[in-house]
Design a protein around this ligand. Structure first.
Ligand SMILES: [Ca+2]
Length: 151
């Protein structure tokens, strides 16, 4: 009997102005039991091939902000906020992605031009993802140990 595959995480960021040009390190884990998200790099690595949903919620303060959801180093979707002085803005994005094993997904500020991503102790940015449905073949799944795929 094969257990249903699991892959899900939510992580938050509580410090402002993460570096551009590198994945944002959402470093406080809310859920990451399968450990497919790495809080030290900010990178989710697919261990269960399938269809996934990813979302992010970002605060903006002090400057315009541009972020993108990246798959395997390529931006899939951009989200932009035009910042007006004196306000705290929010922006968010989400996408369904088809992933193969070892595909990577992360959120990144593409460049320093628009890096107003803001967070604080009670003003969290967050990054979440979860498996909607595995595309792994049943016979392959049956041949694998729990450590391979489901852990
Ligand atoms: Ca705005």
């Amino acid at each position: 009997m094969v257990k249903s595959p699991m892959s899900a995480f939510t992580a938050v960021l509580a410090t402002p102005y993460p570096a551009a040009g590198t994945p944002i390190k959402f470093d406080q884990i809310v859920y990451n039991a399968e450990n497919h998200y790495d809080p030290e790099s900010g990178i989710f690595t697919c261990h269960v091939p399938g269809v996934y949903y990813f979302s992010y919620s970002i605060h903006v303060n002090g400057a315009h902000a541009l972020v993108a959801l990246y798959k395997n180093g390529q931006p899939i979707m951009f989200t932009y906020d035009e910042y007006n002085k004196g306000f705290l803005d929010q922006m968010s994005g989400s996408a369904v992605l088809l992933l193969d094993e070892q595909d990577t997904v992360y959120v990144q500020i593409p460049d320093e031009e628009a890096n107003g991503v803001f967070a604080a102790e009670n003003v969290h940015c967050s990054f979440s993802g979860f498996l909607i449905a595995s595309t792994i073949k049943k016979e392959v799944a049956a041949s694998r140990t729990e450590d391979d795929v489901w852990a």
